[in-house]
Design a protein around this ligand. Structure first.
Ligand code: NAP
Length: 229
């Protein structure tokens, strides 16, 4: 497949490398332009492009940027991108540590529906609930004992199926996380978040999450990160 990645940091770089390794044609962009990525992209096996070209790169586009940066993307970025192209949001809103306050999310909108509204395009939420180091090192072939599972949430069955396959191809057990309205179950700090769980445990963790605690889960996770810095 042709895959565009917007964001070439920890997560974007690892996804680009692993996707290229399994045979996908990967284009990658950052905020500073393709010239700044020439060396790293060549080493990864990806093509450095502009943000606009990454959005037009093909079958799947992955948003791997801080949540606050979504609002800075070019207006109408996806306007001429065919609707069959799947957009994956891997982001997590971190108001205290990184993003500053985003009123709509603070008032109760979920992270990925906010991203979808900003870019004017449905998204699938995936890869947000695994730390970069686990993503980098812990993918294993299907059937391996202890294989980590990752949730995928979204509204289009076809788009979600494509992302579930991608998760599997990258070495993780894919778990259907429901609709985008269910995506709070895999947001920052929830029981399913970044705990490297196997499929059965991940399903239990998704089920036991408490919607009334979304802001609390997030704040607790931000406090944990702050303590670890
Ligand atoms: N790190 C993790 O373990 C982890 C795990 C799961 C999910 N996530 C989420 O994944 C997202 C990316 O995290 P990360 O750790 O990969 O971040 P990161 O290492 O800080 O990298 C961010 C990337 O986004 C690019 N970027 C920023 N603003 C942009 C814009 N307006 N247009 C194009 N590119 C832009 C940056 O490009 P420049 O360098 O050129 O500015 C950089 O390449 C975040 O939402 C994060 O919460 C992270």
């Amino acid at each position: 497949m042709k895959i565009g990645i917007i964001g070439a940091g920890s997560m974007g770089g690892i996804l680009a490398r692993h996707l290229a390794e399994i045979g996908h044609h990967v284009s990658i962009a950052n905020s500073r332009g393709p010239e700044s990525l020439t060396g790293s992209a060549a080493e990864i096996g990806a093509t450095p492009v502009s943000v606009v070209d990454a959005a037009r790169a093909g079958d799947i586009v992955i948003l791997a940027i801080p949540t606050k940066a979504v609002a800075d993307l070019p207006r109408g970025l996806f306007a001429n991108v065919p609707s069959r192209v799947v957009v994956i949001d891997i982001g997590n809103y971190h108001p205290e540590l990184r993003d500053g306050r985003i009123d709509a999310i603070d008032r109760g909108m979920l992270d990925s529906p906010w991203v979808a509204r900003e870019i004017g395009r449905p998204v699938i939420k995936a890869f947000n609930s695994i730390f970069s180091e686990s993503l980098r090192t812990k993918g294993v072939p299907r059937g391996t004992r202890g294989r980590i599972a990752l949730p995928v949430a979204g509204d289009s069955p076809d788009a979600k199926a494509a992302v579930l396959r991608l998760v599997d191809d990258l070495g993780f057990d894919p778990v259907d996380g429901g609709s985008l309205d269910d995506s709070w179950r895999q947001q920052t700090g929830t029981p399913a978040y970044c705990r490297d769980l196997e499929a059965a445990a991940l399903r239990r963790a998704l089920a036991e999450a408490d919607r009334s605690r979304i802001a609390e889960y997030r704040a607790e996770q931000e406090a944990r990160i702050r303590r670890s810095l």
